[in-house]
Design a protein. Structure first.
Length: 435
């Protein structure tokens, strides 16, 4: 199907979640020198040449359009927008050659995108020794969420498109201003109450800029079935993510206990995809709200009790329409100047934001088996690692197998502690099958 590049808009207004993530970007940059970027790494068993990749991208007008968007914040109290710069140069696709089992270069996993002057999306092409290639897709979090990024990658790599993606969300009907202001005020009060210190955290303030590090914990399809059975035994069969989160909180608490530090409650925001189940769009704009959990310290050592607490909190938050109200608050605040917005974000917990960050991307990669005419052997999300706390866990399922990406900041979390975190997590998820 031929594409109609002229139908792509010349500007996009940031929604409330986009603007929130833009302000998070500025906080991360100040504390760690890193940007709020998402990275999606796809491994191909056969070599993909740069020429073939460029040829396929040339057939996707939306690729050039997206790469020519630049952020414009305008005057205070004006809405920030992505604006098309038709004369902007496309980002170069950098090629790398890896030696044996060499890890991905830091320059690839820690891309610092200048979205005011440069593209908010880029591709790197890495060639493995012998055969096989790795394609790394990187985008700024204020442009797309993880699901949107996956949809865009599928658009780029699908040979015969049967249907154009849904690029933008329809403009939602808004409640009267007075009601939105009241909801925003009540949600802000709830967040301030949930964020009361002390909180469990592995964050240690350092005079030096931290280094971003990543580890991947992969399970087999058989082990994934065992984990699902364990979740079902805890009445989390349909909320398996609650079991994942309980195991994660338990692992972090164990490492903090080994340090001999005082422990507190866990505060963790959980992104919630607002798209309809199975929807193939919208691609652009973060279509997420958040659930904010505060897990009492008393249940952190008992994964069963912790899972039950999370399920009950989720039910309570959903009954209170917390995700919808949080989205209303984000939309209401997006005219706020960034300096005031960031001060408001940091004030409840003295800048900590959360005990750690956690996300479950769901089953969106279950059928991700081909791209650019090749089969896909591995597909992994490397998350933006919000700092502080500088500790992030991403759960995903790829072709029936659970995998966890751990992002941490060194030396605030040491390599030995990163190993402990993943070992504790693995043993808790697998139970008796871990040995």
């Amino acid at each position: 199907m031929p594409e109609q590049g002229s139908l792509l808009p010349n500007s996009l207004t940031l929604n409330g979640a986009d603007y929130f993530l833009l302000q998070m970007d500025k906080l991360i940059w100040r504390s760690s020198g890193k940007r709020n970027v998402c990275t999606f790494v796809v491994t191909l068993p056969e070599r993909l040449s740069l020429e073939d990749l460029q040829h396929q991208l040339a057939n996707r007008p939306a690729y050039e359009w997206l790469c020519r968007l630049r952020l414009s914040e305008g005057l205070p109290f004006c809405l920030a927008k992505w604006k098309l710069d038709a004369k902007a140069e496309l980002p170069s696709i950098v090629e790398y050659s890896l030696v044996n089992d060499e890890p991905l270069p830091d320059s690839v996993l820690s891309a610092n995108l200048d979205i005011y002057r440069q593209s908010a999306f880029k591709i790197d092409l890495l060639h493995q020794a012998g055969s096989g290639s790795i394609v790394v897709f990187t985008w700024h979090h204020a442009l797309m969420d993880a699901h949107g990024g996956e949809l865009f990658v599928r658009y780029l790599g699908t040979a015969n498109l049967k249907k154009q993606p849904e690029w933008l969300a329809d403009e939602a009907l808004k409640l009267p201003l007075k009601i939105r202001a009241q909801i925003a005020s009540e949600m802000k009060e709830f967040l301030y109450n949930a964020a009361q210190l002390p909180l469990l955290t592995l964050y240690k303030k350092s005079a030096h800029k931290p280094l971003a590090r990543y580890r991947v914990l992969a399970f087999t399809p058989q082990q994934t079935q065992v984990i699902n059975q364990s979740a079902a035994q805890l009445n989390a069969e349909f909320l398996v993510s609650a079991f994942y989160l309980a195991a994660t909180a338990n692992a972090v608490a164990q490492v903090q206990k080994q340090r001999g530090d005082d422990t507190g409650d866990v505060l963790v925001p959980i992104p919630l995809d607002r798209r309809k189940r199975g929807a193939q769009g919208p691609v652009l704009g973060n279509q997420v709200s958040f659930l904010f959990y505060r897990i009492p310290n008393a249940v952190l050592s008992d994964v069963s009790a912790c899972t039950h607490t999370l399920i009950e909190q989720m039910k309570s938050l959903m009954r209170a329409e917390s995700p919808a109200h949080y989205s209303i608050m984000l939309d209401f605040l997006r005219r706020l100047p960034g300096l005031i917005y960031r001060r408001m974000l940091k004030s409840p917990t003295q800048g900590l934001m959360a005990s750690f960050f956690y996300s479950d991307t769901g089953d969106s990669l279950q059928d991700f088996d081909a791209i650019f005419g090749q089969s896909v052997s591995v597909a992994i999300h490397y998350p933006p690692n919000m700092h502080p706390p500088g500790l992030t866990f991403i759960f995903s399922r790829f072709q029936g197998a659970l995998q966890v990406t751990l992002g941490y900041m060194e030396p605030e979390v040491s390599p030995a502690e990163a190993n402990l975190l993943l070992n504790f997590l693995r043993n808790t998820l697998l139970g008796d099958e871990a040995s």
